[in-house]
Design a protein. Structure first.
Length: 140
């Protein structure tokens, strides 16, 4: 009986510690969640053309690294995702592959992937919000 009581107390203490540790962790910020979700969208829809490191493919698909299309006007970037794009010049280089429209993605998914791109590959630009995407979608 003594062993049973000691075992229960020990297990109860360990369980209590585990629960306490779980709930004492800081919650994940929305920006972290948005970036993680954006990475998943990138891996599913963008990676094949723009590559894992955002370097693109010479003369076909532009890089996403430190270029004015990514770091500049957010409305223009959103429109590229919504409408697609063909034949673009980036940093004096021409790229000929057509980027198809990804307007089937939700406003949240587009905001997440564009925020991921604008904050990855050495880029440091502001986040894109679903409201910003919704506004551009309405203008489409």
């Amino acid at each position: 009986m003594f062993k049973y009581i000691v075992t229960c107390l020990l297990l109860g203490g360990m369980l209590g510690s585990a629960v306490s540790a779980r709930y004492s962790q800081k919650p994940t910020s929305p920006k972290v969640i948005q970036a993680d979700s954006g990475q998943l969208v990138y891996e599913n829809y963008c990676l094949a053309c723009h590559q894992e490191d955002g370097s693109g493919v010479p003369n076909l698909n532009p890089p996403l690294i430190q270029n004015e299309w990514v770091l500049g006007d957010s409305a223009r970037l959103i429109k590229v995702v919504l409408n697609g794009l063909k034949g673009v010049e980036v940093a004096g280089e021409s790229y000929s592959n057509e980027m198809p429209s990804h307007d089937f993605l939700s406003d949240q998914d587009i905001a997440n992937v564009l925020t991921y791109i604008r904050k990855s590959f050495g880029n440091k630009a502001s986040a894109i919000t679903p409201v910003m995407v919704k506004m551009q979608r309405a203008k489409k």
